[in-house]
Design a protein around this ligand. Structure first.
Ligand SMILES: [Zn+2]
Length: 309
């Protein structure tokens, strides 16, 4: 893939997926989808939500605005083109974005996202919430990622396991920057990239978030949407702990030749000493009993896996 062969701007879907507002203007919910371009379930789910709100004339209390992340990577179904768009939100980069926006396609995307975000009158709202939507390359990847600012009651309302201690271990995430703008930030991983269930999980997660933030009166989603979502399954049926804390991140570089051992799923329990992956130096083993998270089964990515307890 060369930069010249990327689609031109005209062919790329709009940055703003949806933007609706109504009285009282107390709460602002900002959502991003496709910060990783190949994670398309979030975009589809948001399109469904905005369509559903409109066709059923459901008023929003506050403002709901959703943005498309890495539009160029989305067009070619890649996680990113040159960088991971969810690892470049450094304050130094953002404060000098005019200078940095030519650094890479992702820096250009960041500059355009910041333009929209900075135009939102944040101060107008008593409560600002940021939700970042993702999907995973390993099976069973349905969970919420908490930050220091997120409201645990909102996250518990989602029904999925809650991961703490992760956001602090990764640098340059969008959530970290939105925290500095006084947003309560969290992320939701909806499941396996191409699994239709991820689409339903994300619809339900966004809906539950709107309910918990009191941004919609009680309106029910169609029963077939709720039935197809497996968001509650991990905690209720698979006995995955409701809260897990990340104690280890395996960072990787392309030259590592990292390869995850096949067959792992999110939340698999691994024993101390168990072989998890290999790289050019040999085997990579669990250093203590843990629940495995986000085993990497795609070429692109800067984190091989996470261990939680
Ligand atoms: Zn992602």
């Amino acid at each position: 893939m060369t930069l010249e062969s990327l689609p031109s701007n005209e062919e790329i879907p709009a940055r703003i997926i949806g933007d609706v507002a109504g009285e009282p203007q107390q709460t602002l919910l900002l959502i991003t989808a496709c910060l990783h371009g190949n994670e398309i379930a979030g975009l589809k789910a948001l399109r469904y939500i905005f369509e559903y709100l409109e066709s059923n004339q459901i008023p929003i209390k506050g403002r709901l605005i959703a943005l498309l992340g890495n539009r160029k990577a989305y067009m070619i179904n890649e996680r990113g083109i040159q960088y991971d768009l969810n690892r470049i939100w450094h304050l130094e980069t953002i404060h000098n974005i005019e200078k940095h926006k030519k650094d890479s396609p992702e820096h250009q995307e960041l500059a355009e996202l910041l333009q929209v975000i900075h135009a939102i009158p944040h101060q107008k709202y008593q409560r600002r919430v940021f939700l970042d939507l993702h999907t995973t390359s390993g099976a069973n990847g349905v969970f919420a990622i908490a930050t220091d600012t997120s409201d645990v009651r909102v996250l518990q309302g989602l029904g999925a396991p809650i991961i703490t201690g992760l956001a602090g271990k990764l640098k340059g995430m969008a959530m970290k920057y939105l925290d500095t703008l006084d947003y309560e930030s969290f992320a939701f991983e909806g499941g396996l990239h191409q699994d239709p269930e991820a689409f339903y999980n994300i619809i339900l997660a966004v809906w539950r978030t709107l309910e918990h933030l009191d941004m919609i009166e009680t309106h029910v989603l169609p029963q077939n949407i709720v039935e197809k979502a497996g968001i509650d399954k991990l905690v209720s049926e698979c006995a995955v702990p409701k809260f897990l804390d990340v104690h280890y991140v395996h960072h990787i570089k392309p030259k590592d030749n990292f390869a995850m051992k096949p067959g792992f799923r999110n939340f698999d329990f691994v024993r101390k000493g168990e072989l998890l992956a290999t790289d050019r130096k040999g085997g990579i083993f669990a250093h203590k009993d843990s629940f495995l998270l986000m085993p990497l089964y795609q070429k692109q990515g800067e984190d091989g896996f996470f261990l939680t307890e």
